[in-house]
Design a protein around this ligand. Structure first.
Ligand code: PLP
Length: 383
């Protein structure tokens, strides 16, 4: 089966992990800060906090932003459930902003209308989590301007797009946001098996998130509330989980960072070729907005409305092609329906979902595999 996405591991990655296994520290050792520094430097951002998943990163970022009971958080319905679950885990209420039918990211127009209404009834969101779907940035300048106007904070879910760009900057630079989260799950752009990171230019957020990933504990004596009792002394100042990443994972991530630009370059070549191959078919190919430089985590084709997506999906799977669907709109999940969300509430996300099909795209996909995939997709589209 040619999967829709997969990791690329080389000898250097393996040696980097083995080196940690032979060292004194399997976790909380020296490689984690090196990995954080490498990502921060790459993104052009002040600080980065590595954790055991992007979900954990989103969670501690929400906690550090003060999201709690009584607050409202908005995100896209076209995302993985983690983007909104983290707000619920903080005790907040969640709502969604419908997507733009071209970019599949949150619609700025829908956001403006929703904000004006929320302002009138005094129920503005505390935090908005824009999701850079498939690796393409949201319109962050517009979102930052609205954040200024209405006073909400911005947490980017950039799980799809380490290595991507926006308005001449790397995603993760946090020029238009308070914090930005990456995922290192094997299907994403680089991997640590499980892992995630949050970047920020905000020292207060950085301090809190560093504590929150490890129980709310600090060993930094400049931050102590009480006098230190000795070199063993630490303080718990906040309430947090254990979301630490290991040095083995950080070593893998650090090693992968060296090839990030190569991975992105290969994804761009493949995406461009898919665009060309599908140009004269009735598939909708991914629209790219100005100012964006996608990391191409996913290649999603839009099937015409008269086609049976389920048949095409099943047929392509029979052909050995691991097609997938991203995403079932979050508000349609039973858990969210039980919270009161209704079918039809975010019609653009629902309409997009009905025709969406993710086809294989990853750095290790060969030209031959891509040719096979595109031939089968075009053929199965006719059947
Ligand atoms: C993968 C993903 C996550 C969760 O990432 P994990 O590292 O698996 O926790 C969150 N949001 C989006 C948009 C994702 O694609």
């Amino acid at each position: 089966m040619i999967p829709y996405g997969r990791q690329q591991i080389d000898q250097h990655d393996i040696e980097a992990v083995v080196e940690v296994l032979k060292s004194d520290y399997l976790t909380q050792g020296p490689v984690i800060p090196r990995f954080e520094d490498a990502v921060a430097k790459y993104c052009g951002v002040k600080s980065a906090v590595a954790v055991n998943s992007a979900t954990s990163a989103l969670h501690i970022a929400c906690m550090a932003l003060g999201v709690a009971k009584g607050d409202v958080v908005w995100t896209s319905p076209n995302t993985f459930v983690a983007s909104s679950n983290v707000a619920l885990l903080c005790g907040a209420e969640v709502d969604f902003i419908d997507i733009d039918p071209k970019t599949y990211n949150i619609s700025i127009e829908a956001l403006e209308i929703k904000l004006a209404r929320a302002d009138k009834i005094g129920k503005l969101p505390k935090v908005i989590i824009p999701v850079h779907f498939a690796g393409q940035s949201c319109d962050m300048k517009a979102i930052a301007a609205l954040a200024q106007k209405y006073g909400f904070r911005v947490l980017e879910d950039a799980s799809h797009c380490i290595g991507g760009g926006y308005a001449g900057q790397k995603i993760g630079s946090c020029i238009y946001s308070d914090a930005c989260v990456f995922s290192f799950h094997p299907v994403k752009i680089i991997t640590t098996a499980e892992g995630g990171m949050v970047t920020t230019n905000d020292d207060e957020l950085f301090k809190k998130m560093t504590m929150l990933r490890t129980h709310g504990i600090t060993r930094d004596q400049t931050l102590f509330a009480y006098d230190s009792n000795g070199a063993w002394y630490y303080e718990q100042q906040l309430l947090g989980p254990n979301y630490r990443i290991t040095d083995m994972q950080a070593a893998l991530g650090l090693s992968q960072m060296a090839r990030l630009d190569n991975f992105i370059a290969r994804r761009r070549i493949l995406a461009k070729r898919y665009n060309e191959l599908f140009e004269n078919t009735d598939l909708a190919i991914p629209y790219q907005a100005p100012d964006t430089d996608s990391a191409w985590h996913l290649y999603v084709v839009g099937l015409p409305q008269n086609k049976n997506r389920k048949n095409i999906y099943n047929n392509l799977r029979e052909d050995g092609i691991g097609v997938n669907v991203h995403y079932i709109p979050v508000h349609l999940q039973p858990y969210y329906q039980a919270l009161g969300f209704k079918q039809g509430e975010f019609p653009n996300a629902e309409k997009y979902y009905r025709g969406a099909l993710t086809i294989p795209l990853y750095a290790g996909l060969t030209d031959e595999e891509q040719r096979y995939v595109s031939e089968r997709v075009i053929e199965r589209l006719q059947s």
